[in-house]
Design a protein around this ligand. Structure first.
Ligand SMILES: [Zn+2]
Length: 378
């Protein structure tokens, strides 16, 4: 398993890059165990999902799902090369070791175990791309379930939960807001429309909208127990002595499953009422436009979810939890596959410099998969 993890971490599958080398390796690995697999290519052919089935015949089956991509290492200070798996103090360091190549390595290492058993129903291995940029890569694969790909009756998404059983997560809506103003000499600012100043007012308004949410929402299942808003990037202007014409920023809303996000509407109303009239007095070209970039649905497992029941049984626990990050589970659940999130590693280490997964967590995941093989065996 450690060797497999070292190999997987060795592929730089940052979302902006191709994952085909990793997919080719996994395909060959499956082949060497007599398992066929099917690629679902991205439209440009630069990336691919992979779907493989082990044993069992007929319908249903259990899906084990993980994404192959990882977040960038740029701007982070690592103690060792992020793409060389490095062991220190019972922990394995490397980009993606926790999120979520650790789970994939455990699944691949368990293939011989699944192969040696006569399975009552199949195990489906699902590897996706572009999870980290809005869960976009798994969508074409989901669209093929029940067509040329079998639909698993339950899917375990192995995102890092420290092997806790997660039955709900929040939703993401991502936006870009662009402000168009007018350039002027900075000594005569009244001749221009300062796009950065307008963007700053919009960001403050978003903070105000976000700050009011805790008074309206409270679901203690989540941490924090309400929807949140966060601005992620901002850029604008060309020089210190020019009134900037353009400014844009990206922001996200992370909503409780029960909430209906309205921040983009509220922001547009604020712009219309409090900013644009003054801006338009200087130039008709002044504008504030917000574009929805991406949306990932919330995940709420059904009350009698087979996937949750299975994960509780395999982990020997009785408690489920909810998380604030999103995964592909919401999309699977929406597509009619009962889903649950359970995987090795702590989300606190995901996306960070010196990302690691503890060997103890990987061992717990191997035990979980071996319990699954036993459960599915005849
Ligand atoms: Zn992940």
């Amino acid at each position: 398993m450690r060797e497999l993890l070292a190999t997987l971490v060795g592929f730089d599958t940052t979302s902006s890059k191709s994952n085909l080398a990793l997919i080719g390796f996994v395909e060959d690995y499956f082949k060497s165990h007599g398992i066929g697999s099917l690629r679902v290519s991205s439209p440009d052919g630069f990336k691919s999902d992979l779907f493989a089935t082990i044993g069992g015949s007929g319908k249903g089956g259990i899906g084990l799902s993980g994404h192959s991509d990882c977040v960038p290492v740029e701007g982070q200070r690592w103690a060792s090369d992020p793409f060389t798996l490095t062991a220190r103090d019972g922990k394995l360091y490397g980009r993606g070791s926790c999120d979520m190549k650790g789970f994939l390595a455990c699944v691949l290492a368990s293939v011989p175990l699944f192969k040696t058993r006569t399975l009552k129903e199949p195990v489906h291995l699902i590897i996706s791309y572009d999870e980290e940029v809005g869960c976009t890569g798994v969508r074409p694969l989901i669209a093929r379930l029940d067509k040329d790909l079998p639909r698993p009756r339950a899917i375990i998404v192995g995102e890092p939960t420290s092997m806790a059983v997660i039955d709900a997560h929040k939703r993401i809506d991502a936006y870009r807001t662009v402000v168009h103003g007018r350039e002027a000499h900075s000594s005569l600012p009244a001749l221009g429309v300062n796009a950065i100043s307008a963007a700053a007012a919009l960001v403050c308004e978003l903070d105000r909208i976000g700050g009011a949410i805790p008074k309206k929402e409270n679901d203690p299942h989540f941490e924090p127990p309400y929807s949140t808003i966060s601005v992620g990037t901002i850029k604008g202007g060309t020089a210190g002595n020019i009134v900037p014409k353009n400014c844009e920023f990206q922001w996200q809303v992370r909503s409780l499953p029960s909430a209906t996000p309205s921040a983009s509407r509220d922001l547009a109303a604020f712009a219309e009422k409090s900013l644009l009239p003054k801006m338009k007095q200087v130039t008709d070209e002044a504008a504030i436009e917000t574009t929805a970039l991406n949306s990932v649905p919330a995940f709420v497992a059904g009350n009698t979810s087979e996937a949750v029941a299975l994960a509780l049984k395999l982990t020997g626990t009785e408690q489920t939890r909810a998380v604030s990050y999103t995964t592909e589970a919401g999309l699977f659940e929406q597509a009619g596959c009962a889903s649950v999130i359970c995987g090795p590693g702590d989300i606190a280490q995901a996306h960070a410099a010196d990302e690691f997964v503890s060997i103890e967590q990987l061992d717990a995941c191997m035990a979980f998969l071996s319990a699954l093989a036993k459960e599915l065996g005849t």
